[in-house]
Design a protein around this ligand. Structure first.
Ligand code: FDA
Length: 368
């Protein structure tokens, strides 16, 4: 069969585009270099539990259109993300709210909590913060910084907080209510049965042909010759042979174990905020869907400096990388038959609702 589009990558961007294209009668070939579809939202069933293979994914948005759109493909539950922090065995609620402040200082009213933070900010007496450590202390005081920010941030970035730039933390959300809901968005949830079914449904049309274990770069010249239009969701610097240099990422390493017990930590997400613990968090996947299976599956998440061959998870949008990206983006503009999309094609951290919005907007522009 001949195709109107080649979509490189079966993540949320590529799959949303492919789905929209078939609604306009287009035929789409999707190639995916991994052994499965779904990109980073892929969930895998282990011991009856939907395991978020590439990190915890909680869908949240304020946009009703995007919420309705994703609900076409799965029923969502009422999961509310309420992570907790473990600092040397002490448990604190996140995001920073009245429960956190009560545990830290024994305060019970918003007024007392505000006074305590203000007292610590004054004591620190930092007027012009020159690094992340000073910035965080000047915003929330020493206690929250030392117990809940310092270790986690240093593990995440692989550098001392006093050596990180202040701009990384522009503001720190502090909430003076007893509310542990991490997100402020109106809509939030987890697809009952996992995320993979969403991508399966998006790609289920007979006008779509999917091939996994197919790397675009194994046959780049032929793909470019054979397909009139291409949607490319891989790394933009790789597409252009790294001619302006490599873009940098932060990577992660996941260590997943199946445990012969029903409930390991009582919460889906526990952050470990002490620098001495090498992982940043433990995910217990069953709690995303309120599971009551006899076993449980947990994943330890270790931040890692990205090296060629590692999964590129988080773009490092600092001045150097943004400047390199700008040069690639200029080259991309000169190739109007290729749409560069998604978190790797745009070198931008996108949440799921944002990547769907970006794909819908690209599809609208291209197909109308
Ligand atoms: P994605 O990376 O998913 O897809 C790209 C696909 O292209 C991949 O399958 C890749 O294998 C394939 N590919 C690349 N190069 C190729 C090549 N040369 N040939 C063939 N195929 C190729 N969002 C949110 O809303 N809530 C959350 O809780 C989280 N949590 C979260 C945790 C972690 C650890 C990360 C890293 C990210 C999140 N996200 C998130 C963000 C979410 O993962 C993101 O929005 C989408 O997965 C992005 O979809 P894309 O299609 O852009 O990329």
């Amino acid at each position: 069969m001949s195709f109107d589009y080649l979509v490189v990558g079966s993540g949320l961007f590529g799959s949303t585009f492919a789905y929209e294209a078939t609604k306009k009668g287009k035929r789409v070939k999707v190639i995916e270099k991994r052994a499965h579809i779904g990109g980073n939202i892929y969930t895998e069933n282990i011991a009856g539990i939907n395991v978020h293979k590439y990190g915890a994914h909680i869908f949240h948005t304020n946009d009703k259109e995007i919420w309705d759109y994703i609900n076409q493909f799965a029923e969502f539950n009422r999961y509310t993300n309420s992570p907790i922090a473990n600092f040397r065995g002490e448990i604190y609620n996140l995001p920073f709210n009245m429960n956190t402040f009560h545990k830290l200082w024994g305060v019970t009213t918003p007024e007392e909590a505000k006074a305590k933070i203000e007292e610590q900010r004054k004591e620190a007496n930092i007027e012009n913060p020159t690094n992340l450590e000073e910035q965080a202390i000047s915003l929330v005081g020493i206690d929250i910084y030392e117990k809940l920010i310092k270790g986690y941030t240093e593990k995440q970035w692989g550098r001392k907080a006093s050596e990180l730039p202040a701009f990384i933390i522009k503001r720190l959300p502090v909430r003076f209510t007893y509310d542990n809901n991490y997100f402020n968005d109106r809509y939030q949830g987890i697809p009952i049965g996992g995320y993979t079914q969403i991508i399966e449904k998006m790609l289920s049309s007979e006008k779509i042909e999917v091939e996994v274990n197919k790397d675009f770069f194994a046959n780049k010249a032929e793909y470019l010759k054979d397909y009139p239009r291409i949607v490319y969701t891989g790394m933009i610097d790789q597409f252009f042979d790294y001619q302006f240099g490599q873009l940098e990422y932060r990577s992660l390493q996941f260590e997943t174990s199946v445990l012969e017990q029903e409930n390991y930590q009582g919460n889906a997400v526990v952050n470990y905020t002490d620098a001495k613990i090498p992982y940043t968090r433990i995910i217990e996947h069953k709690h995303f869907e309120f599971g009551n299976q006899p076993k449980t599956v947990i994943t330890r998440e270790y931040p890692k400096t990205w090296e060629m061959g590692d999964e590129p998870y988080y773009p490092m949008n600092d001045t150097r990388n943004n400047e390199i990206f700008r040069q690639y983006a200029k080259l991309a503009e000169e190739q109007p038959h290729i749409i560069f999309g998604g978190r790797l094609g745009m070198y931008k951290y996108y949440d799921m609702h944002q990547v769907i919005a970006a794909a819908l907007s690209a599809a609208k522009k291209e197909l109308n």
